[in-house]
Design a protein around this ligand. Structure first.
Ligand code: AMP
Length: 370
């Protein structure tokens, strides 16, 4: 079994001493006898860098998985992908304030540090048995570390050092969340500079993020390879997301409308349709039916939602397409907002915050090039 400790040195001897003497909350959870290896926890840049340098000199390859914590199977699949092709995996856990707009609730973002570490530790045990790459470190910086000279600013144009990728960052998700991709690109640039990973891992779930990151890596000549990992879903098809904990059973069931709508449109493409209106009509049909059904139900039975967008876009530019070129494929994507429940029944399973928190769901399906 692995353990965690906060690391300021890359010396293995000091590491082991730390591991047995440390009284950090995470390591305190573990029986000392079973400790065979430690996962470093870095909060600062300098110790991480010197550790990274030692790995480089030792000929190890490093994969980085950036996350905001609240880890679920989607994140875990990224770590697995990283461990399959790198000897060492770094996972960053940082809820980045500059990607939350001033009216978006940064404080309500779920934070589950102990559970996150526990999941990583279990996965590392498994990787050890499989003889794969291992989880070497968690980078969990403070905001002062990530934004060393000026406090993070989420306003536009804002004060600070930012990375902007236009126009990709202004469409789809960027339309309703204008600072989002500036924040994402900025924090990823920082993480890439700090970790200097051979490969970085992102989920297909956030397709626009993958396009922004690929463009940033290309345009700024960042020496890393971007890997995209397929979306992990619940057995019923809902794309896994840290925010799903806010969905009780009723909103979860109704929220499935998004993945079902995209699936219907994908089937239309697979059956040979390439025209935008024809393909998207299948998605809208699923959405409109569900929407009408909910409106006829009692407040104690329904879950209302609003559609932000349903898109059919080019895979590289995310510009909307009128016709899908089967040699290029396309991205079908959508976003809906699950509104708070109007009235509970007292019997149903509620989500975190008793289903009073609005939840934005996003999902996408790549239409494969043939
Ligand atoms: P987040 O913590 O939400 O910023 O996500 C961190 C990384 O996990 C991003 O690259 C996401 O795209 C990826 N991710 C989130 N949900 C999923 C999922 N259901 N399947 C695969 N990757 C995911």
């Amino acid at each position: 079994m692995a353990s965690f400790f906060f690391s300021g040195s890359s010396s293995r001897a000091i590491r082991q001493a730390h591991a047995s003497l440390s009284s950090t909350p995470a390591s305190a959870l573990l029986p000392r006898r079973q400790i065979v290896r430690s996962i470093h926890i870095f909060r600062d840049v300098a110790p991480l860098r010197s550790h990274r340098r030692a790995l480089l000199l030792d000929g190890q390859s490093v994969g980085l998985v950036p996350t905001m914590g609240a880890l679920h199977h989607g994140h875990i699949s990224l770590v697995r992908a990283a461990a399959a092709e790198n000897s060492k995996v770094f996972v960053s856990i940082y809820v980045n304030p500059t990607q939350f707009g001033v009216h978006e609730d940064l404080d309500s973002y779920p934070k589950t540090w102990d559970s996150d570490l526990h999941q990583l530790q279990q996965l590392d045990d498994e990787l050890n048995k499989d003889g794969k790459g291992r989880i070497e470190a968690v980078f969990a910086p403070t905001t002062k570390v990530m934004y060393p000279t000026l406090p993070p600013d989420s306003t536009l144009p804002g004060v600070g050092s930012f990375v902007t990728i236009t126009p990709i960052a202004s469409v789809l998700e960027g339309k309703s969340r204008p600072v989002f991709f500036r924040g994402v690109a900025t924090v990823c640039m920082k993480l890439f500079n700090i970790v200097e990973a051979d490969r970085v891992y992102f989920g297909q779930k956030d397709v626009q993020q993958t396009v922004v990151i690929k463009r940033m890596v290309q345009d700024f000549h960042i020496d890393t390879q971007v890997r995209i990992v397929p979306t992990e879903r619940e057995p019923d098809g809902l794309a896994m997301s840290s925010r799903n904990v806010y969905l009780g059973e009723r909103r979860h069931r109704v929220g499935l409308v998004l993945s079902k709508a995209l699936r219907a449109a994908e089937n239309a493409y697979n059956m040979g349709r390439t025209n935008r209106d024809e393909i998207l009509a299948f998605a809208w049909d699923v959405i409109n039916r569900m929407s009408m059904e909910q409106e006829t139900l009692e407040k104690t039975e329904r879950a209302l939602f609003e559609v932000d967008y349903i898109s059919l876009a080019d895979p590289d530019t995310l510009a909307e397409v009128e016709t899908v070129d089967p040699r290029r494929g396309a991205i079908l994507s959508g976003a809906i907002k699950m509104l708070p429940l109007e009235e509970g029944t007292g019997r149903e399973k509620l989500g975190l915050g008793e289903d009073k928190v609005p939840v934005r769901l996003i999902d996408n399906i790549p239409l494969q090039a043939i």
